[in-house]
Design a protein around this ligand. Structure first.
Ligand code: SF4
Length: 304
């Protein structure tokens, strides 16, 4: 559904401008029942070429490794996934469930869910660490809960126009072009982070959401404040903390009580300091920022 909201390029642009043939999609595909089985079988047998296989949702292996808890087109979904991955030029995992298992794979993981090539931070997943697609690529992971629509369409266009070789992937096989900077990069609340001026309620226009509301913007690799949602906003811009959904540990702390919408601290120091900082440098930064915060940083400057 996120994919259908893409704007640059849109789902229609993929077809009209870039000449992609959309073989099947849960909302757009015309085939159902036996027709869909027939289409997928032709793909698996190589009678229809699959350049890019895009998968969304965790791979469900329960009960007892059979996958029968999630049947699709007449058989366990996981069997289609295994066979389509073998014949596809590129395999792309969309969203946290397909990339690393997401919420379904959180302990105790009763559905034995996993991502295509990762289970949380561990490489392997359903297809195994050694998996390579026909084009010689590992699974390309586009995480997020949901993934931003334009991240999806821009990567598909790159693959479909022969620029897959230009893609640089990070250690979790995410395209580096999207997942090198942090959610905090471009956040409108950065000055409040630096001056340790805190927002204390969702939707508050002033203040940083890190200190009292558990924002994970400093830890999370995503372009959410560079490629805006609906081209106009982001969680942090609208006053909602980043929940770190593009990182493989999501949901963080296995949703233990007191860890959601709070930054866990010990003696006032976050248990996890922003990457690249020591606890000492973090303390120095916030002490200096707080002591020197100008009055305007504490005032509501968004006067209507
Ligand atoms: S609201 Fe979140 S992303 Fe924005 S400056 Fe604060 S910690 Fe960083």
């Amino acid at each position: 559904m996120s994919f259908l909201n893409a704007e640059e390029p849109s789902a229609c642009d993929l077809v009209n401008d870039f000449g992609l043939k959309l073989l099947w999609h849960p909302s757009l595909g015309m085939e159902l029942g036996e027709e869909l089985q027939g289409l997928l079988t032709k793909c698996v047998k190589g009678e229809i070429k699959v350049d890019v296989f895009v998968f969304e949702g965790s791979v469900i292996q329960a009960p007892n490794g059979t996958g029968h808890w999630n049947r699709f087109a007449g058989r366990p979904m996981k069997d289609w996934v295994a066979e389509l991955s073998k014949v596809a030029g590129f395999v792309v995992a969309i969203g946290d469930c397909a990339t690393w298992g997401g919420i379904p794979a959180t302990a105790p993981n009763p559905s034995d869910s996993t991502g295509l090539q990762f289970l949380k931070k561990s490489a392997g997943g359903f297809l195994g660490q050694a998996f390579r697609s026909q084009a010689g690529f590992p699974v390309i992971n586009i995480p997020g809960c949901p993934a931003h629509p334009d991240w999806i369409t821009q990567i598909i266009v790159a693959l479909a126009t022969g620029r897959g070789g230009d893609l640089k992937l990070d250690e979790y096989q995410r395209p580096a072009t999207f997942f090198t900077s942090f959610t905090q990069t471009g956040c409108t609340r950065n000055m409040h982070f630096a001056y340790k001026v805190s927002a204390t309620a969702f939707g508050q226009r002033n203040g940083c959401l890190f200190y009292d509301l558990g924002c994970r913007g400093p830890y999370t690799r995503s372009p959410c404040n560079r490629i805006l949602w609906n081209r106009q906003s982001s969680k942090t811009r609208s006053g909602h903390p980043c929940i770190g959904c593009t990182e493989p540990e999501f949901p963080h702390h296995d949703l233990a009580p007191g860890t959601v919408f709070q930054t866990p601290t010990t003696l006032g120091l976050p248990n996890e300091v922003p990457p690249g900082m020591s606890k000492r440098s973090y303390l120095t930064m916030v002490a200096a920022g707080k002591a020197n915060a100008p009055q305007w940083s504490k005032d509501d400057m968004f006067v209507v």
